[in-house]
Design a protein around this ligand. Structure first.
Ligand code: SF4
Length: 162
């Protein structure tokens, strides 16, 4: 979905968005039932909890230096391939809520994308992805997180026609 601005090779080399510490574990994706079942059949120890119309990973309590690896991550990358959760397909973009408005923001953890001109990222989003992201947020409001300041705000919903 974001191959135009981030090469598949660069993305595959980095596992940053699939491994979480206690501070960013809230970023684990929302899974739809079909993908949740697929992860469970490949990794029966994976635990999920229902959240709205989807499922989230049951991570449990984490200590300061502990890392949580998404159970869908294998030696060769995500076992879900093109069926990975929408949150993963659009990362490092995220739909968030800021001062009562929905926004799209970009994570500073993805250096490759975050270092691109934010004007060019806005243009890219307005070509269609922003509309898809807000439509997804309508379908799964539980995927909308409160604004987190490790992200840079790119677009407010009222700037996007969809
Ligand atoms: S579902 Fe796949 S892409 Fe998403 S966090 Fe897990 S391993 Fe990474």
């Amino acid at each position: 979905m974001i191959k135009k601005i981030l090469s598949g090779t660069t993305c595959a080399k980095c596992r940053m968005c699939c491994i979480f510490d206690r501070y960013d574990v809230w970023e684990t994706p929302l899974f739809e039932e079909k993908t949740m079942e697929k992860v469970k059949s490949a990794c029966p120890s994976a635990e999920f909890a229902k959240k709205g119309g989807g499922y989230v990973l049951n991570v449990g309590k984490m200590t300061d230096d502990e890392l949580f690896t998404c159970p869908a991550l294998s030696e060769t990358g995500c076992i879900l391939g093109d069926e990975k959760p929408f949150d993963c397909r659009i990362w490092p973009f995220r739909v968030m809520e800021l001062d009562g408005c929905r926004i799209i923001a970009v994570s500073s953890l993805c250096v490759d994308v975050h270092s691109q001109s934010h004007d060019s990222l806005r243009t890219f989003l307005k070509e269609g992805l922003a509309a898809e992201i807000f439509a997804y947020a309508d379908k799964f409001p539980e995927a909308v997180h409160e604004y987190y300041d490790n992200y840079s705000v790119l677009l407010f919903e009222n700037e996007v026609k969809y």
